[in-house]
Structures are given as structure tokens and as C-alpha cells.
Ligand binder design. Structure first.
Ligand code: ZN
Length: 357
């Protein structure tokens, strides 16, 4: 092969030949599996003769790898962080503590005009034409993914996407969409970009942290972007059965969705709406209203006099921890669903969740 640093058809086809020989997934992409196999193959090749000294990585090879990787990770991202509401940025966080990407579907689409997505609570949005918008900086903590918020970036795909049964939530109002090829490619590019930028190691589904968003992001986004990232880059999703709080694990069907013959019926049948909504508005666990309610409840229950100001400061956190440990909960000082249920079981008046923006 010409050593010219270009990932042309010949090089790709050589990679495919190698993958075929090694019984790997034949996709012409040097993912972790293929890379491992290449290293092993090179070692066994060397073992035939007298062992040569390990050659230093040549400048060309290094340049090739670098330019190849930077081409792969160089997605067009439209920076809109100066146009989106700062009020959504709950607090600053250290970007180096962020290691996960949470996949979401918006459950609506407003087409391809970026200006119509300013109010979406996510770090990135991917529009039907494949445009990637950066809505908030990675350093912003957002109420986007429930219990995953602290360590993750949220990525929302525009569209109302079907479940494994081919049904879309409130299709008569929000329509029923098919994930576009451009969205798939943009999602994959964003994964690579975040591996490079923040050392991404995990990819998760919003469903895993939210009991009310079962079909978030749904089988298509999960299979095409989430499962793809696991298969190609060795990212982790917590494994079978992994979920937090009231969330649900990733269904086995999602993991193999694009491989089998099963196709969603919405492609061949007219759209029908679900009779019952699959998910309601998202819960924003620590909004000021919610914290005020928490302070009010703790004051009553523990006989305290916390200021009911909606700010989750050290005194409120410590009272919350006290309540949690009294109730045998994980005393983490986080107002999660289980704690809220426990507060209500202990006599707090129910709190109505404000709708999500
Ligand atoms: Zn979501």
C-alpha cells in the first residue's frame, strides 16, 4: 500500500481483508478489536525470526494516525452557546470529571432551523439534516438526564421516534419520524469528537436514569449510535441490567435492533398513536421550587428551621442526609426520586413536578 496517510479505498479494503481473516466485524474501520488483532498479528509475525528491536513509531506512521483520527473527529459543530438561556446552566463543573454521553430523543422536531432549538435542555442537539448544535458548554451542569447529570453530556436528536413496536408517543400531535442517515453520521462523529475532547468512556440511554422515559432514546438511536460506539470504540453502557434510581435497563432488543429482520411496523402501516403516553414530562430533580418543597418538608419532619429559599446549600444537604440515613436510604444528600417517595411516605405533601422546558 502507498504510505501516504490517506484512508483510501485500497487501505480500507486491506483492513476489510484483515478483518475477514481474523473473523472480526468487517467494516473497514480500525476500532479497538481490530487494533488489538493487528498488534497480536504483528507480534506473532515478528516471533518467526530472531526478535528484531521494537522499531520506534515512524514519523510518517504517527502523522498518518494523527491526521486520520483528526479527520474522523472533526465534525461541524455550530456553537450556539451565546444564544441559549444561561438560566439552564445550574452550575459550573470541571469538564475533566465528565466521562459519559447520554442519548436522548426530543419527542418532537422543529425542522432544520437551529434558532428553533435554543430552549432544548442539552449540551448538543442533532437536527434532521445532520447539523450538530452546541447549545451549552460541557462545563455547564444541566437538568437533562436525571441522576446522570453530574458526569455526563446530554445529546438530543430532533424527532419523535418509535418504540420497538413502531409506535410514537402522541403521534397525532408530534408526528412520527425516522432517524435520518445524516443524524446517524453526526451522532457517530460527535462520539469520536468527545472521545478526543474529554476522553469519553461511557454511553448511556436516558431511559436508564428516568422511570418516565422508557423510549428515550428508542431502539434506532440506541442501536445506530450507542451500540455502535460500544462495538467500535469499546465504550461502556453499564452492562446488562444497569440502571439508576427509577430508570430501566437497556432492552436486549435495542442492542441487536439493526441486525435482525425485525423492522418497525410504522414503515409499512399508517401511523397510530399510543393510547397511553410512554413518558410524561421529565423530572427536574433540584429546581428551586422543588428544593423549597424539600426544605418545607424537612422543617416539618425533623423540627428544623431551614430557610425555605429554594437553595440547596450545605445546611439543607446535611438535613437531607440525616433524613436519608434515618430512612435507610443512601445518604448522598441528593434529592432523587427514591428520597422524594420516602419523604412523602413520611407525611410530606406531594410535590407537583414543574414541566420541562
Ligand atoms: Zn431524555
Amino acid at each position: 500500500l502507498p504510505v501516504d496517510g490517506i484512508m483510501g479505498p485500497e487501505t480500507r479494503s486491506a483492513i476489510r481483508d484483515f478483518q475477514r481473516r481474523e473473523r472480526l466485524l468487517v467494516d473497514g474501520i480500525v476500532g479497538p478489536e481490530t487494533k488489538r488483532a493487528l498488534i497480536v498479528a504483528r507480534r506473532s509475525h515478528q516471533a518467526v525470526g530472531p526478535e528484531p528491536p521494537e522499531p520506534p513509531q515512524s514519523v510518517e506512521e504517527e502523522q498518518f494516525l494523527r491526521s486520520w483520527w483528526s479527520a474522523l473527529t472533526d465534525c461541524q459543530i455550530e456553537d450556539r452557546t451565546h444564544l441559549t438561556p444561561k438560566s439552564k446552566r445550574i452550575r459550573q463543573r470541571d469538564p475533566s470529571t465528565v466521562y459519559a454521553l447520554v442519548l436522548h430523543q426530543m419527542a418532537f422536531s422543529r425542522g432544520n432551523d437551529p434558532a428553533r432549538y435554543n430552549n432544548v435542555t442539552a449540551h448538543y442537539a442533532i437536527l434532521p439534516d445532520g447539523k450538530i448544535l452546541q447549545l451549552h458548554p460541557i462545563s455547564a451542569y444541566l437538568y437533562a438526564s436525571n441522576g446522570f447529570n453530574a458526569r455526563s453530556v446530554a445529546v438530543e436528536f430532533a424527532g419523535n421516534f418509535p418504540s420497538t413496536r413502531g409506535r410514537c408517543w402522541k403521534a397525532e400531535t408530534y408526528g412520527c419520524y425516522q432517524l435520518t442517515q445524516a443524524q446517524i453520521e453526526a451522532g457517530r462523529c460527535l462520539v469520536r469528537h468527545l472521545i478526543r475532547e474529554i476522553g469519553l468512556t461511557h454511553i448511556l440511554a436516558h431511559r436508564q436514569s428516568s422511570g418516565t422515559r422508557e423510549n428515550d432514546p428508542g431502539p434506532d438511536i440506541w442501536y445506530q449510535v450507542g451500540q455502535w460506539a460500544i462495538d467500535h470504540y469499546g465504550l461502556k453502557d453499564g452492562g446488562p441490567g444497569f440502571k439508576i434510581d427509577s430508570g430501566k435497563p437497556i432492552p436486549e432488543e435495542w442492542r441487536t435492533w439493526g441486525r435482525g429482520a425485525s423492522q418497525p411496523e410504522f414503515m409499512v402501516e399508517p401511523l397510530r398513536a399510543e393510547t397511553a403516553p410512554q413518558f410524561e414530562e421529565e423530572i427536574d430533580p433540584e429546581t428551586p421550587e422543588h428544593v423549597e418543597w424539600l426544605q418545607h418538608s424537612l422543617n416539618h419532619m425533623l423540627g428544623l428551621r431551614l430557610p425555605e429559599d429554594g437553595v440547596l446549600g450545605p445546611a439543607t444537604r446535611s438535613a437531607l442526609r440525616r433524613f436519608q440515613s434515618q430512612r435507610g436510604l443512601d445518604a448522598n444528600g441528593v434529592l432523587n426520586l427514591r428520597t422524594e417517595q420516602s419523604l412523602m411516605a413520611a407525611g410530606a405533601t406531594p410535590h407537583r413536578h414543574p414541566a420541562r422546558g
